[in-house]
Ligand binder design. Structure first.
Ligand SMILES: Nc1nc2c(c(=O)[nH]1)N=C([C@H](O)[C@H](O)COP(=O)(O)OP(=O)(O)OP(=O)(O)O)CN2
Ligand SMILES: [Zn+2]
Length: 122
């Protein structure tokens, strides 16, 4: 069974390694939409995997490191693609969130990344 909670943050970035003339080399910003999913059993008496409130307590301090920042300045995010952001978020969250199952990050309404961790097949 899985549960999820949605978060959002605003941030600016540029992609330094794209080919010359690529629009994403220019400084721009996104309203990032983030979905954190955890998996596990939901045994009685609580019948939940974990409290949504506890999930929020783990994720919000990490979001605070990204919200309204220039992502390229953050160690590990020098090339802040959606893929790299998901890896970075996994590195930050997984030590205190052993039930972490997936991280879904949307940069725009139509573009995003779904990451299920370094040990997943894809
Ligand atoms: N694999 C990736 N490709 C691109 C990434 C990325 O992180 N991983 N990032 C970008 C840009 O940052 C850009 O913000 C998103 O690009 P795109 O989807 O092309 O944005 P548009 O708003 O122009 O999308 P439309 O739906 O076509 O309006 C680029 N590529
Ligand atoms: Zn972008």
């Amino acid at each position: 069974m899985q549960i999820y909670k949605d978060f959002h943050f605003e941030a600016a970035h540029r992609l330094p390694n794209v080919p010359k003339g690529h629009k994403c080399a220019r400084l721009h910003g996104h309203s990032f939409q983030l979905r954190i999913t955890v998996a596990g059993d939901a045994p009685p008496p609580m019948n939940w995997i974990m409290d949504f409130g506890d999930l929020k307590k783990v994720v919000n301090p990490i979001i605070d490191q990204l919200d309204h920042y220039y992502l390229n300045d953050i160690p590990g995010l020098e090339n802040p693609t959606s893929e790299r952001l998901c890896e970075w978020l996994w590195e930050k969250l997984s030590p205190s969130l052993p039930q972490l199952y997936s991280i879904e990050l949307k940069e725009t309404c139509t573009s995003g990344c779904l990451y299920t961790g370094p040990n997943a097949a894809d």
